[in-house]
Unconditional design. Structure first.
Lengths: 233, 233
DNA sequence: CAGTGGTCTAGACCACATA
DNA sequence: ATGTGGTCTAGACCACTGT
């Protein structure tokens, strides 16, 4: 009958969600403290804590020491986007993956790149531009700057058969990342490789990663027209 | 000297991150099980569990019962975007907030909208279009469909002084949300209100919310040219 | 079957914010 | 000063899954 232990934290979570959905508890309302809820629901306080913490992480509750727990007045919207390997994303759509290297050269990065990553202005970078294809059609243009001081092994890789996207993911973990999404007109530099029509708008995902405090890379992934980025449920 | 209890879960988390960053543990490597790690680090297994679970949530570890814990081969990128009230976002930039209602009428929603929300094809919606301004300049165009079956009180609100964005957030919590980002050319319908130049590209954030299993609304928030969506650190 | 992570419990102490 | 959430502990049982 019951899938979960009758008093598991997910059960508590669902009970709280139910009370919100049925307007037993309304935005701004205080809810009982953990000890009282635990007594009412017949479980340990730690279990209630786990459930309320998960709801608080989701932005549905506001919690303060001494102040207690309230239903959030503005349920903070949070959207979590999963960022797969491009090859994986294409394979999951059931399409054949293709890859083409466009440019690869050592260079000094533009000031904005080195500044954002926190390297010296004259630090050595590897600049790799490539195209990912799904069933022969352009899918995404990858424009990447790799910090050679952190990833010297990249010098020995030609990136002719494997994308920098994939090579990095295989060779180096990261512990911190920043993302930024914006829209650019198809007329922008390099987007010609994407087979766009004049007037198309493209979505760009810029990402920077670090390992500990050492910068690894910045990448601009520009997607073909019509691409959508969805949150996972 | 130490900010946290010497054996808190954050300390364990940082120790694991350190071992990844210093390549003591490499992608794909198994790490000791929870009991062993707890003994090594001198804390309870539950504390180790808390730390490893948080790293697993961040995509840095792969955990499987019986299989043990490994450093992720592909640290799954996850970007979490916070979605503030538009008025709050503008105030945080230090700009003056302005609001203008463009259209408000009861209507049947396009099939794609009712289908995505899961309402009947002929369900009653309120269609509200409005403009948010920062220091008199257009900031975002809000195009919203409200499910009147779920939110009948919206019939009594003119949305002349308060945006639907804000009114909904004040009146109704939600328990589930979906987001989708895309790029559109400035030429697209209605974007004229955003003071765009020909050739501009705009980023659109489409969002749908539910309360329990009842659909609340779908909104397309189209931002002025140059807008960027950043992840929180 | 056996080893691992997932979770629950009961109790305790602590940090913090508020009254 | 006090009540609240945040966390740690030690122990236990369970669910899943690889062997």
């Amino acid at each position: 009958m019951s899938e979960r232990p009758a008093h598991g934290w997910q059960t508590v979570r669902e009970e709280v969600l139910r009370r919100i959905a049925e307007k037993i508890w309304r935005p701004g309302d205080p809810i009982p403290n953990e000890a009282d809820l635990a007594a009412e629901l017949g479980c340990a306080r730690a279990t209630v804590n786990r459930a309320l913490r998960s709801l608080s992480d989701d932005g549905l509750l506001d919690r303060r020491r001494k102040g207690g727990t309230r239903i959030a007045r503005q349920p903070v919207g949070r959207a979590t986007i999963e960022i797969p390997l491009i090859r994986t994303a294409i394979a999951e759509r059931g399409a054949r993956y293709g890859y083409r290297l466009i440019e690869r050269q050592e260079a000094v990065a533009p000031g904005a790149v080195s500044a954002a990553l926190g390297t010296a202005a004259d630090a050595a970078f590897l600049h790799v531009v490539s195209l990912h294809l799904a069933d022969e059609a352009p899918y995404a243009l990858e424009d990447r700057w790799i910090v050679l001081g952190t990833v010297p092994e990249a010098r020995d890789e030609g990136f002719e058969a494997i994308s920098a996207n994939e090579w990095l993911v295989r060779h180096l973990p990261f512990t911190r990342a920043e993302s930024e999404f914006s829209a650019v007109p198809a007329a922008a530099a390099r987007s010609g490789a994407l087979d766009t029509a004049p007037g198309d708008a493209l979505i760009v995902h810029r990402r920077r990663t670090w390992l500990g405090d050492k910068p690894i890379t910045q990448v601009d992934m520009t997607f073909a027209p019509g691409h959508r980025i969805r949150t996972q449920q």
